[in-house]
Write a protein of this length. Structure first.
Length: 148
C-alpha cells in the first residue's frame, strides 16, 4: 500500500489516499473540460474509505451526461475541485489527479468521452478509448481497482 497526499491551491484543504496503486483515466467530457479549464480531467477512482480529508469542503451537485447526479467537492476558500462522488456509487470517489502534490506519475490507463475530446489532442493507440464511457462505469472502475 502506498500513501499519496495532495490539496487545493490555497492549502486550506489537504488529503491523503492509501491505495495499492494509482489508477488514472482521462475524461474528455464537456463538464470535465469546463471544471479544469483544459482539454480533459485526470480522475483517480478511490474507495471513500481510503480517503482522508482535512479542511473545509463545499459541494456543487450537477447532472451528468449519463443521466445521474454527481456531487463535486471543492475547497470552500479557493474553489479547487478535490473529488467527485456519483449518486450511483457512494462508496467510491473520483479524486481529481491535478490535486496530488506529485503528478509526474499520472499516466491514464484509458480515455473516456473521446467523442468530445479536443480535435488537436492526440491519444496513444495502445490505451483503451471509449466514445462515451463504459456501459457500467461503477463496475469498470471497480475492475480497475481490483486489478491493481
Amino acid at each position: 500500500m502506498m500513501t499519496y497526499c495532495g490539496g487545493c491551491q490555497c492549502g486550506a484543504v489537504r488529503f491523503s489516499i492509501t491505495v495499492p496503486e494509482l489508477i488514472v483515466y482521462a475524461c474528455h467530457c464537456q463538464d470535465c473540460q469546463k471544471h479544469t479549464t483544459s482539454a480533459c480531467a485526470l480522475s483517480i477512482p478511490v474507495a471513500i474509505s481510503a480517503l482522508e480529508i482535512e479542511g473545509p469542503l463545499s459541494i456543487f451537485s450537477r447532472e451528468t451526461d449519463s443521466g445521474t447526479t454527481t456531487d463535486c467537492h471543492f475547497c470552500s476558500t479557493c474553489g479547487t475541485r478535490i473529488y467527485h462522488q456519483s449518486a450511483r456509487s457512494r462508496d467510491m470517489v473520483t479524486l481529481k489527479g491535478g490535486t496530488l502534490d506529485d503528478t509526474r506519475m499520472l499516466v491514464p490507463v484509458a480515455h473516456l468521452w473521446v467523442s468530445r475530446k479536443q480535435s488537436w489532442m492526440q491519444l496513444p493507440d495502445d490505451v483503451p478509448q471509449f466514445e462515451t464511457q463504459p456501459d457500467d462505469l461503477k463496475a469498470w472502475r471497480a475492475g480497475l481497482i481490483s486489478a491493481s
